[in-house]
Design a protein around this ligand. Sequence first.
Ligand SMILES: NC(=O)CC[C@H](N)C(=O)O
Length: 332
Amino acid sequence: MKENANPAGIIGKDALAELIRRYRPYTKQGKVADYIPELAYTNPHALGIAVAGADGSLVHEGDATTRFTLQSISKIITLMVALNDYGPERVFSKVGMEPSVDPFNSIVKLETLDQKKPLNPMINAGAIVIASLLSAGGNPDEGLQRICDTISRIIGRNDIRVDQKVYQSERKTGDRNRALAYFMKSTGVIDADVDVEETLDLYFKACSLEVDCVDLAKIGLFFAMWGKCVQKQDDGTCLTEGIVSPRIAQIVTTIMITSGMYNHSGEFFLKVGLPAKSGVSGGIVAFAPNRYGFGIFGPAIDAAGNSVAGVRMLEDLSRTFGLHLVSPYVEF
Ligand SMILES: NC(=O)CC[C@H](N)C(=O)O
């Protein structure tokens, strides 16, 4: 069945400009996160989008080169690094694979579930457990370095850095995350010999890494291609070669589908039908497997912590370009 498989052809700059024009007014319907005080200084009406194609194309529009912090989008990278280092069995002995109906920073299930482990690696508790694995052995700096190196190779620039103001702001006000971490240490989910403050430091710094929409689109495309090489360098080598196996890329992708948009993951998948991960700074990384990586910045977020205009832009793109993964138009 070929009809409507890709109704509007390739995604070009004009389509992106039209999206920004159409959805910028929706930034008024959200609010910039202010529980991390430094984030409150962001322009609420900013909106940008970048699209990286499997053919090597890259287009962007709006505030696509404005830098912002990764926040929860870092969770897909730390998960991937932990899966590489420890393997799925060890990682999922510490953190679950089930979506959560509670907010991303909720503590309630940690006491009520039979197994005390957090529901999934995309909520704060789950990501903090992952950070505890990466900071094990008292080496959080090495953990952060590996996260930065991985991102650098994917986005093709090695000046990735921690936004010190956001990091300090998170560290000063991160008592909810501190509570999650100490609680999980008390129940044995975080190992007894782990220094919780070092784990939190790694978590806060990973959340405070600076990126832009173009970087996110490249991260999206990396997962869209299952970690395989998209672009060779002039000397024939490939920076992304060997970062991750297709099997681990598949696990991260699946967790993004079920939990990437927090407690709105079900509605998001129904409407957009793509793997995605958002952050409270207003970033979203999403991708259409084997085709496109998307990077979005729209700091006005909704109650779940997702960019209001960003989600709508992805919904529009998915509909217009026939990207929904559960589609009657898939070719067999
Ligand atoms: N949803 C998010 O992006 C949360 C990340 C943020 N750093 C926090 O811990 O609260």
